[in-house]
Write a protein that binds this ligand. Structure first.
Ligand code: ATP
Ligand code: MG
Length: 175
């Protein structure tokens, strides 16, 4: 009998080397050397958070992802912002790019067709640059970072003593 072990899963896109370097450089100088910067290999943008998923649910969302027919796209990260409550410094954009919204919706519809309960609040894409970011971050900073999105990934998030560990389970190319 299969042991039912639910895992915390999410769909995400991972930046390429150039975008990673630009993200790293985008941390405002006054914030450097403080907080907990996201290690470069962990920089990502969540496309759809699934939460705890059983193996059967995972298989279903993987099949749904097989049927996603979205194009590769280039988006621009245009701003650095700060969530005061969670003390997170992030990179993102003022408006969700259409292609990213389309990918989000395709995956969300797929997950819903599998019976997954997906949160209904608006999709707010962002890349966490730093946790425990110090103090007040007064105004959004403008940046201009292109990101060529050519694939998406299904990732497991595991809580470990040293911190959260991400494991990419599968990737899908975009058309
Ligand atoms: P930790 O929570 O251990 O500090 P983390 O936030 O990176 O690390 P998870 O909580 O497993 O790890 O989240 C994985 C990804 O999904 C992250 O990008 C996170 O921002 C996003 N995420 C987590 N919970 C939600 C949620 N309820 N709605 C939307 N996205 C979420
Ligand atoms: Mg979290």
């Amino acid at each position: 009998m299969e042991r039912i072990v639910a895992e915390r899963l999410f769909f995400a896109v991972w930046p390429d080397t150039a975008t990673r370097a630009a993200l790293r450089a985008s941390t405002p100088p006054r914030m450097r050397g403080s907080g907990r910067p996201t290690p470069e290999e962990k920089l990502h943008l969540t496309v759809l958070f699934l939460g705890q998923m059983t193996p059967a649910a995972r298989r279903c969302v993987e099949s749904a992802a097989d049927a996603v027919d979205c194009q590769a796209f280039t988006m621009k990260l245009t701003r650095i912002g700060y969530f005061p409550r969670s003390r997170v410094l992030w990179a993102g954009m003022s408006e969700v790019p259409e292609s990213l919204a389309a990918l989000h919706e395709a995956l969300r519809n797929g997950a819903r067709s599998c019976g997954c309960e997906i949160e209904t609040h608006a999709y707010a894409p962002h890349i966490t640059l730093m946790r425990d970011a110090p103090g007040h971050f007064p105004a959004p900073e403008r940046v201009d970072i292109p990101w060529h999105v050519r694939f998406f990934a299904l990732v497991a998030s595991r809580t470990r003593p040293g911190g959260t560990h991400y494991e990419t389970l599968r990737t899908w190319p975009l058309r």
